[in-house]
Design a binder for this molecule. Structure first.
Ligand code: ADP
Ligand code: MG
Length: 297
């Protein structure tokens, strides 16, 4: 049976925007030793905006300039991304500004940690990172600008790149500091994004570890390594939005999903749901759990 006091703790947490799906998770939260975060949509807004377009011909274009070369790259990308739910896809479609004609798009494949490939007007269009380009033996240049770079190719030919910038959530830095103050020993970020982007975010937030360029399966391996490294009593929490990280949400002692941004499947699979998508709520929930269980660090 569940001790009566647990209901008070679960109720208190829910009033502060954290849904805890059972007394066992309340107890686990109180014992959290390691907190692992997904980056995009979890520590960052996941609301990317296109900051620059680099056509293969050379030069940097501002998307607001309405240059035909930029418009044509954005159009190809928006078509290829038309069925994707990834925050990257939403930002590219927003910059394109129109609803792409879906009848022009067939044979769409989306590979987690890579990007998408699709037939657009009967031509094979690729939109994704360097790894996707490398798999198709397409040379993708280094882009001299901070941000997540989406490379584009058509029929094996490099077309150009779109740079999109995300920003860290306003409360993310405090969230990490509060977790440390609440007794968490290690904070870690796992991401499929490029290492330069990951290291910049990790430095800004004061994370203990950041691992980049991970495929969904690599994230599971990292969580398993961290599970092995912690104390027997301590618990590991993973916080994500469910996009490309559902397997890790399931593997962690406590799977925490972003409620507003997260996919329905992630909310269903999670043990704890943050209704406001604010990472700082995790420390709040931990403090309530500790108080409920009267665990002192
Ligand atoms: P994170 O781990 O930060 O949440 P993801 O695993 O969702 O990131 O994605 C990792 C990387 O894979 C992205 O930074 C991007 O380079 C590429 N990618 C994933 N999905 C897409 C997409 N729909 N379009 C373009 N690139 C994508
Ligand atoms: Mg993600």
């Amino acid at each position: 049976s569940i001790p009566l006091g647990f209901f008070g703790g679960i109720g208190g947490a829910s009033r502060r925007g954290v849904l805890i799906k059972g007394g066992n998770y309340l107890e686990a939260l109180a014992r959290t030793e390691v907190v692992v975060f997904d980056k995009t949509g979890t520590l960052t807004e996941g609301k990317f905006a296109v900051s620059a377009v680099y056509p293969a011909g050379g030069g940097r274009l501002d998307p607001a300039q309405n240059d035909p070369a930029a418009a044509s790259l954005l159009e190809r990308a928006a078509c290829a991304e038309v069925y994707s739910n990834h925050p990257i896809s939403q930002s590219i479609r927003a910059a394109y500004g129109k609803q792409p004609d879906e009848t022009r798009v067939t044979d769409v494949t989306e590979a987690g940690g890579h990007g998408v490939s699709a037939q657009v007007d009967g031509k094979l269009v690729l939109a994704g990172n360097r790894r996707l380009m490398a798999e198709h033996k397409i040379d993708a240049p280094e882009i001299p600008e901070a941000g997540t770079v989406v490379y584009l190719a058509e029929e094996g030919r490099y077309l150009g790149a779109i740079v999109i910038a995300d920003r860290v959530k306003p409360d993310a830095k405090r969230a990490i500091a509060d977790l440390k103050a609440a007794g968490v020993k290690k904070t870690v970020m796992l991401t499929g994004d490029a290492d330069a982007v990951a290291q910049a975010v990790a430095r800004e937030l004061g994370l203990d570890e950041a691992h980049a360029e991970l495929l969904p399966g690599d994230k599971v391996d990292q969580v398993e390594r961290l599970l092995d490294g912690k104390s027997a009593k301590g618990k590991l929490a993973f916080v994500g939005d469910g996009i490309n990280d559902a397997p890790v949400l399931a593997r962690a002692d406590i799977g925490i999903a972003m409620g507003a941004l997260g996919s329905d499947a992630a909310i269903e699979a999670a043990d704890v749901v943050l209704m406001t998508d604010e990472p700082s709520r995790i420390a709040t929930a931990m403090r309530i759990s500790r108080r409920t269980l009267r665990i002192v660090k």
